[in-house]
Design a binder for this molecule. Sequence first.
Ligand SMILES: Cc1cc2nc3c(=O)[nH]c(=O)nc-3n(C[C@H](O)[C@H](O)[C@H](O)COP(=O)(O)O)c2cc1C
Length: 164
Amino acid sequence: MKAAVIYYSFSGNTRHMGELIAKGIQKVEGCEARTFSIDDVDFEYASSCDCIIFGAPIYAAHITGQMMNFMLTDSDRLNLAGKLIGAFATAKYVHGGAELGIREILDHCMVKGAMIYSSGDAMGEPVIHFGPIATNDMIELERFEDTFVIYGERMAAKAKELFG
Ligand SMILES: Cc1cc2nc3c(=O)[nH]c(=O)nc-3n(C[C@H](O)[C@H](O)[C@H](O)COP(=O)(O)O)c2cc1C
């Protein structure tokens, strides 16, 4: 099972958390994952993946303009229909809009015919309702690292179950 993690990151937080998701995916036997900034996507590889996970920082309670622009334009080159899709976000504040940002990404992918997944509460702790979030204000980013690795494992296991 091939997976791609595609993100926008200005100051590195989202890139770092996306790399942890890829690490989690690769813990699942037979699964490979590559990470790409939206500026440097290998579309041949990513469009052939069964699973794609998108990540964005939150600006003004939404995903950044760069990420939204990618979703509205370049994501058409990823053949999202029928793929398993997840999303994650990094933000400064717990109440800063990260879940809204994740929903923006997932809603867009539904419009494109993708299947969305997060594991929800079906896998126990850590419960991940919409997608993992890392904040960096009162709580250090590192506090969320294990959850991002586990999320990658869960996404890969579900994609493997669906696609082999
Ligand atoms: C212009 C700007 C607007 C931001 N707006 C929000 C916001 O509305 N809510 C929030 O929680 N964090 C906000 N942040 C914080 C970023 O989402 C956070 O630092 C994020 O981890 C940055 O990701 P990056 O290092 O991948 O670029 C904002 C940061 C900037 C620079």
